[in-house]
Write a protein that binds this ligand. Structure first.
Ligand SMILES: [Zn+2]
Length: 472
């Protein structure tokens, strides 16, 4: 009898963990909070500052300066940040609210519940959804977060993928002509989406119509392109291109206009980075102010010999999806040697190009892109992206943080409010245990994320999201 009662109590307790109320995820909600003796990487690319005091007052950064000369207000809740590094909240530019895996041939499902929370637990305080398969999900989640009904990042909602016929899934628009492109953009802009994304099978004329319509609504357009080259898109006035240079078809020989060619990967793998065509494309993108979004985490999953997704991340997947991921990852490791050589070479060239683009004055941003065969997991993908910006692209840690924050805040025209740690800006703060300048994998230790001055317990969020991905 007594044992049965204990068991019932345990069951009730575990049920309450599975449906933890938001207050269980909140670690700090006091109006005035002071971090003392912190190392600050402020998001501007500046060298880190040590032994700093940062004061939050009603959701804003009120003070930031050397511990010796910065006053901690009386009554402040003090967090001793010795050994911790504070970064600005990440502004991530390719963060779908859906999960995909390979199944007949693709399985795509909206994740309105788990993904916003997981992005936040990974340090992301603002996201762009960069292609929606269920735009009303993205719009409603954004509005509920803004209304304080739900916890999650600010969201720049991107409309449905603007594509022509022939896409890899039935979730994409099948535009018939330029008029259809303008109509679609106008409709979704009026429904409240705030950005657009063109996709692989769009034509130049449709892309032009979409860009003009979006710009008339003061919305920006990005693209994961294939039928249209980067050069053509830049000339048409596109604002942003996804996936760095991985998907550029500018260097495919005999590419036909408005058609997605074969051999894109091979053409990047074979590039001479110092050659005039490469130099001239970089120059054009910089001159036209076309930003690039780096999404190294998802491309890494297609390259053999790279690490498997962390177990803690895989624990968030529904078990059936975890099995699918595992089997696809194993197949990827065993791909034919000739193909392995191409994807490895493509990864090396495309990462080097991202660095050169920045050195030439280009605006590089970053995103998770939780797609492919399902190994890119929100909450962990931001950490992996920053590691790869350092380890694969060769950026310093402060440069990588800037790519993950201030660069994107500028693109979003929100740099006065978010994107760096500075007095007056919103208190969106990522807390790292350790020194990521010494070892970038320290970013994997991220116990707290603050948004609007409220501190979230990331471990509590992850605990309550076990096996949630794939369900809701
Ligand atoms: Zn995407």
């Amino acid at each position: 009898m007594k044992r049965a009662f204990v068991l019932l109590v345990v069951l009730l307790a575990s049920a309450s963990i599975a449906h933890a109320a938001p207050r269980d995820w909140i670690a700090y909600k006091q109006p005035v909070i002071a971090f003392t003796h912190a190392t600050i990487v402020d998001g501007t690319g500046a060298v880190p500052k040590h032994d700093q005091t940062l004061v939050i007052d009603k959701g804003r950064v009120a003070e930031l300066g050397p511990a010796g000369s910065t006053r901690v207000p009386a009554g402040a809740t003090v967090i001793d940040a010795r050994g911790k590094t504070l970064l600005p909240g990440f502004v991530m530019m390719h963060e779908h609210l859906f999960y995909t895996t390979r199944l007949r041939p693709y399985y795509i499902t909206a994740m309105p519940y788990s993904f916003p929370l997981l992005y936040l637990a990974g340090g992301e305080t603002m996201i762009r959804t960069t292609g929606s398969v269920a735009p009303y999900v993205d719009i409603n989640v954004r509005d509920d977060i803004n209304a304080g009904k739900r916890i999650g990042p600010d969201i720049d909602v991107t409309g449905p993928y603007l594509n022509g016929p022939g896409g890899f899934t039935e979730d994409l628009a099948r535009l018939t002509d330029p008029a259809d492109a303008s109509r679609t953009v106008n409709y979704w802009a009026e429904q409240g989406v705030t950005s657009f994304k063109a996709y692989q099978q769009i034509t130049r004329a449709e892309l032009k119509a979409a860009i003009d319509a979006a710009h008339a609504h003061h919305d920006k357009v990005t693209g994961h392109l294939c039928s249209v080259t980067f050069r053509e898109a830049a000339d048409l006035g596109i604002d942003n291109l996804e996936h760095g240079f991985f998907v550029a078809t500018d260097f495919v020989k005999d590419k036909k206009s408005d058609q997605c060619p074969r051999g894109g990967e091979k053409s990047i793998a074979a590039l001479d980075l110092d050659s005039p065509p490469v130099q001239s494309l970089i120059k054009l993108l910089v001159a036209r102010h076309v930003a690039l979004t780096s999404t190294l985490g998802v491309f890494e999953t297609f390259v053999p010999g790279r690490p498997e997704t962390l177990q803690a991340a895989l624990d968030l997947l529904n078990p059936a999806l975890r099995d699918l991921y595992e089997s696809t990852w194993k197949k990827t490791q065993a791909m034919p040697a000739a193909r392995a050589k191409i994807v490895k070479e493509e990864f090396a060239k495309a990462t080097a190009l991202e660095k050169r683009f920045v050195e030439a004055g280009g605006l590089l941003m970053a995103g998770s892109d939780p797609t492919g065969y399902g190994g890119v997991i929100p909450g962990f993908s931001s950490k992996r992206e920053i590691e790869l910006l350092v380890q694969a692209d060769g950026f310093t840690f402060p440069q990588a943080v800037k790519i993950m924050s201030l660069n994107a805040a500028k693109f979003e025209s929100r740099e006065k409010d978010i994107g760096s740690l500075s007095v007056g800006k919103r208190a969106d703060i990522v807390v790292i245990d350790g020194n990521p300048m010494k070892d970038v994998t320290a970013v994997e230790h991220m116990p707290l994320v603050f948004k609007d001055g409220v501190g979230y317990d990331t471990a509590a969020i992850f605990r309550s999201m076990r096996a949630a991905i794939g369900m809701n």
